[in-house]
Design a protein around this ligand. Structure first.
Ligand code: ATP
Length: 500
């Protein structure tokens, strides 16, 4: 039964009964029948183990015994190491007691979605031979004060009961999306949230090393900055482990893990796929392998080839090809827009374009694919400005050819704005070294506009100087609907030799 319906019923039934009693209806048989049903329900619940709140399939699946090991998690070497070290405290509890070390009560995993935080928690329960009980922060959110707190109590009780029943020495409780209940308390009308968080803090304070079974709480969030400081203080979540997007070696490892149960062609180069999937999370990489197998089946092949995986990367990055039919005029505008990006990219980063396509995908009517660049963790101001100029290339070329822009640049502008924000936070703008919260929106807007206007002018001037490349490539792109990086570079080189 949906949660909201259940809550309405809980509120409605007593009111109905009082009303019936008030108008003289005998409600005793109804009360007896209700009591009997409630008794039966409680009995059934106890036999099936106490579930946290309403029992859903998702919860039961997540709460099952975990067979997942750390070897089945790709990349993430550092988080795995840190987590294992923390888990050794749980395993070697007698030793740490001897040295007077207090046990770890909570481990907080933070990082972007799909990077394997849930997997790490499940592997932790396997590593420590613990019972695994999982819940998500949103499951504790209720309309009625006290319900969420009750569920937190049930969760801890459930973990202890299950560990005793299964004869385990320890239990790991995993709470995903902890920010939903663990957000900063601001003293507003959030009594229910506060009570839930208070109950969680109380339960954490009640974890002792001498307890049997021993309890370890692992929580995950994408928004650590939202958490209440009471949760983050020592003695609560003692260890914070950052789970980042995987680097190339990690991506290759994850791809290999998800390729294990699939037929891969012997010539397929997984290194190349790992390189092309820069910025992908583990979940996206899993999806790449899955989509590649679907492409293979569609073509009635028996092995996944390199191109199936490349096609899958495009799909995961930009969505499935769509059948959207655009008019000839629209197609020309898209071609000019995409050529603007491609020419600008080839000027500032030679050899970087891998494909220019007019095929509609997801929300885009066309796209430019870039060759993977070497992974970088530090960016100079010049590099970031060039990135903005590549993003503005589409709108600038529409201005050159049509005298104005279209709605097709909104994603490009979003990208450019994000880069400007990074520049501001890193002290690379005329604002100097700032905390963004200390500067007024007007000031930020002013600097933002100056940067983008200047870069837009530079982009337009550069593209004007290369107008002959547009003239040369436009017809070919409109006919073929696709230019490979090599084809595009040939045109680029040929036309660059022509007098401008
Ligand atoms: P969220 O923050 O959205 O809850 P998460 O970080 O908990 O995400 P998981 O649920 O652990 O992510 O991962 C989702 C799926 O992505 C996994 O079931 C798995 O298939 C794949 N995956 C993610 N990271 C890895 C990894 N490091 N190795 C192997 N598979 C991974």
């Amino acid at each position: 039964m949906p949660k909201i319906l259940k809550e309405i019923l809980i509120g409605f039934v007593p009111v109905l009964l009082i009303f019936l009693a008030f108008i003289g209806v005998n409600i005793i048989p109804v009360l007896l029948a209700g009591g009997l049903m409630a008794g039966l329900l409680i009995f059934a619940k106890m036999r099936g183990g106490i579930a946290v709140g309403a029992s859903s399939d998702r919860k039961r699946k997540k709460g099952g015994p975990s067979m997942l090991t750390f070897d089945e998690i790709g990349g993430q070497d550092h988080p795995k190491e840190e987590l294992m070290e923390a888990l050794n405290f749980l395993i070697r509890h007698e030793e740490i007691q001897k040295y007077g070390i207090r046990p770890l009560k909570g481990i907080l995993l933070t990082g972007p979605p799909g990077t394997g935080k849930t997997l790490l928690a499940r592997a932790a329960s396997h590593y420590t031979d613990s019972v695994f009980v999982a819940a998500s922060g949103s499951e504790f959110v209720e309309m009625y004060v006290g319900v969420g707190a009750g569920r937190v109590r049930d969760l801890f009780r459930d973990a202890r009961t299950r560990a005793q029943k299964e004869n385990k020495q320890s239990a790991i409780i995993f709470i995903d999306e902890i920010d939903v209940i663990g957000g900063k308390r601001e003293g507003g009308q959030q009594r229910e949230y506060d009570q839930t968080l208070n109950q969680l803090l109380t339960e954490m304070d009640g974890i002792y090393n001498s307890d049997s079974p021993r309890i370890l709480l692992i929580a995950a969030t994408n928004r650590k900055e939202m958490l209440d400081s009471a949760l983050l203080r020592p003695g609560r979540f003692d260890r914070h482990i950052q789970v980042d997007l995987p680097e190339k070696k990690g991506r290759k490892h994850i791809l290999d893990i998800h390729a294990k149960n699939k037929p891969i062609h012997k010539d397929a180069n997984m290194d190349k796929i790992a390189e092309e999937s820069y910025g992908f999370s583990g979940a996206q990489l899993e999806s790449v392998m899955n989509e590649a197998a679907i492409y293979m089946m569609r073509e009635e092949k028996v092995e996944i080839e390199q191109r199936h995986m490349s096609m899958a990367i495009d799909k995961v990055m930009m969505g499935e090809k769509t059948d959207r039919e655009s008019t000839q005029e629209e197609k020309k505008r898209v071609a000019i827009h995409e050529l603007g990006h491609a020419i600008m990219a080839e000027i500032v980063r030679p050899e970087s374009v891998s494909q220019v396509a007019l095929t509609p995908r997801g929300q885009a009517l066309g796209y430019v694919r870039h060759n993977p660049q070497e992974e970088q963790y530090l960016y100079t101001k010049e590099f970031l400005e060039e990135q903005i100029m590549i993003a503005l290339g589409g709108a600038a070329s529409e201005e050159i050819y049509y005298g104005g822009r279209s709605t097709g640049s909104s994603n490009d502008f979003e990208q450019a704005l994000n880069i400007v924000q990074t520049m501001m936070k890193s002290g690379l703008t005329s604002l100097g070294i700032i905390n963004i919260d200390m500067v007024t929106t007007e000031e930020l807007m002013k600097v933002n506009n100056v940067i983008l206007e200047q870069l837009m002018t530079r982009t337009r001037i550069t593209l004007e100087q290369h107008r002959h490349i547009f003239d040369q490539s436009l017809e070919i792109l409109l006919t073929e609907e696709n230019l490979s990086g090599e084809q595009f570079r040939c045109l680029f080189r040929e036309t660059s030799r022509l007098p401008a």
